[in-house]
Design a protein around this ligand. Structure first.
Ligand SMILES: [Zn+2]
Length: 188
């Protein structure tokens, strides 16, 4: 419990540092910057499969999928039964991942091309033990799910805390900069 509180306090300090610096032009520049991307799928129609027995997590993923579809850049469609989905959405009961304590994570593969990385497969996992232990609400879990699908669609982390792609956040959903970032990633 003490370790958890210490970690949270560190997070708050980082957030406050940004707030205190908000009068500088650095923050304004950062706010208008599109969310960076690391790659994109070949087609804007992308299939997904929810691979979890929990109806709760099925609905969390479904809501996150809806949010990205609303942006209008890519269309995520449920894979037909027997069809191999591009993106797998799942949840895990193990508290610690290889990379430490993560609320969610996305594994992916891609083809390295001259102008872009072409995504071949992606699997996003919600760490349900951690989400429960740290008291995430359903809407906060949906934000984490939205963040992970953002990675699966090719977005990287944003330095802006109002972006859903901010590296350590449970409060942000898709922001304007995320929409522009996704548009940029699929423009070519
Ligand atoms: Zn991330």
């Amino acid at each position: 419990m003490l370790a958890k509180i210490t970690k949270w306090a560190v997070l708050i300090v980082a957030t406050m540092a940004i707030v205190l610096a908000s009068f500088s032009t650095t923050i304004l520049a950062s706010a208008s910057k599109p969310t960076p991307s690391w790659g994109s799928w070949k087609d804007t129609t992308i299939t997904y499969q929810t691979n979890t027995s929990s109806s709760y997590y099925k609905s969390v993923w479904k809501n996150a999928v809806k949010r990205w579809n609303k942006v209008g850049v890519v269309q995520l469609k449920a894979a037909k039964s027997g069809e191999k989905a591009d993106i797998t959405l799942t949840s895990s009961a193990s508290l610690s991942t290889k990379s430490g304590k993560l609320a969610g994570y996305t594994n992916y593969s891609y083809l390295k091309k001259d102008d872009n990385n072409q995504i071949v497969s992606a699997k996003s996992t919600l760490n349900r033990s951690l989400l429960t232990k740290y008291g995430y609400t359903k809407s906060q879990r949906t934000n984490v799910a939205t963040h992970e699908i953002g990675h699966a669609l090719g977005l990287s982390h944003s330095a802006d805390e109002s972006s859903v792609m901010y590296a350590s956040d449970r409060y942000a959903s898709i922001d304007h900069q995320d929409k522009v970032g996704l548009q940029d990633a699929y423009q070519n």
